[in-house]
Design a protein. Structure first.
Length: 320
């Protein structure tokens, strides 16, 4: 028998693990955040120790083992490909860069990390680090580290507002600024090389460790990208937009949904996140439920038909 959509419940990174985090995951989305510095809600995750679960508390890794290709799709082989988070950055995150698959496999025995951000909310004046300023080279970065010179003059800062979309391929320098709430879709990897942390210290005066050698190995200074422009897609039941179509994932945004029909796609699964309140109706699975803003739903590849109604949703799927 085909599977019904699976409501997912997150794991959290918080406290000392996300000293930059805030409380919006709780106040805006009603998440059971364990700390006032909760930076990440891992909505769909098989990261060891940070598995999301179904309503019965079954870890996603166990669901994958139980259902196999019926859940993931016939074209998904090897490791589970995606990780989905909601992030609340009360303060700026460190400046980071991620490796590609080749480097990550050779040095970390893990997948690389290409990711993307959809801005959900931003305070006035909020900004990202999105690449390096034109003309900055790897040698200029190395010299800045060796002389302990400020890194800010080499970074490219861009203003953001709700609805903006940014693609961050492996090798691109980036950082989320303070006052930003966002949706992050990425390869299922926790490999991060911290480039710079604004010279911050903790209560004991300690700085967080940096990964300068690895960061210089993988950085691609030539990456100069702009915010992604959404492309309208035909749909009689909603206003549908293509936000991203990358080698690793595809993301669409659905607005003003009126009983949008969904059916099985045997090749790959997808994952749905409500950005405003909605409803999901799956009669064959006897599933009729409200989807409050912030709720994520895993759509199995072999899924029973269902309909979706409500305001705004994001749907991501892996590239097979």
């Amino acid at each position: 028998m085909s599977l019904a959509p699976i409501l997912l419940y997150p794991a959290f990174r918080y406290g000392a693990a996300t000293p930059w985090g805030g409380d919006q995951l709780k106040t805006r989305y009603g998440k059971p955040a364990p700390d006032t510095r909760t930076g990440e809600s891992l909505e769909m995750s098989v990261i060891p120790g940070l598995n999301s679960t179904d309503a019965q508390g079954t870890p996603l890794s166990e669901l994958l083992a139980r259902y196999g290709a019926q859940l993931t799709g016939t074209q998904i082989t090897g490791e589970f490909p995606l990780l989905l988070k909601l992030l609340d950055a009360k303060q700026a995150l460190s400046v980071q860069v991620h490796p590609d698959d080749v480097y990550a496999q050779a040095h970390e025995n893990k997948l690389g990390k290409t990711e993307a951000w959809i801005i959900l909310a931003a305070e006035p004046g909020a900004q990202l680090v999105y690449g390096l300023r034109p003309g900055v080279t790897r040698d200029m970065l190395r010299q800045a580290f060796e002389t302990e010179a400020p890194l800010e003059p080499l970074l490219r800062f861009v203003p953001v507002q709700a609805g903006d979309v940014f693609y961050i391929p492996a090798g691109m320098v980036h950082a989320i600024g303070g006052g930003i709430l966002l949706y992050e879709i990425q390869q299922s990897s926790d490999v991060t090389y911290r480039f710079y942390d604004w010279n911050r210290t903790d209560a004991q005066g300690n700085k967080r460790p940096l990964h300068i050698r690895q960061a210089l190995d993988v950085v691609r200074p030539e990456l100069q990208l702009e915010a992604v422009q959404p492309q309208p897609l035909p749909d009689a039941h909603c206003r549908r937009e293509l936000l991203l179509d990358t080698p690793y994932f595809r993301v669409e945004r659905l607005n003003d949904c009126q009983e949008v029909p969904f059916s099985a796609h045997p090749e790959v699964f997808s994952v749905l996140t409500a950005l405003s309140d909605g409803q999901l109706s799956c009669p064959e699975g006897r599933l009729f439920c409200a989807l409050p803003a912030g709720q994520t739903v895993l759509i199995p590849a072999d899924c029973l038909p269902f309909t979706l109604s409500g305001g705004t949703f994001l749907i991501s799927a892996p590239r097979a």
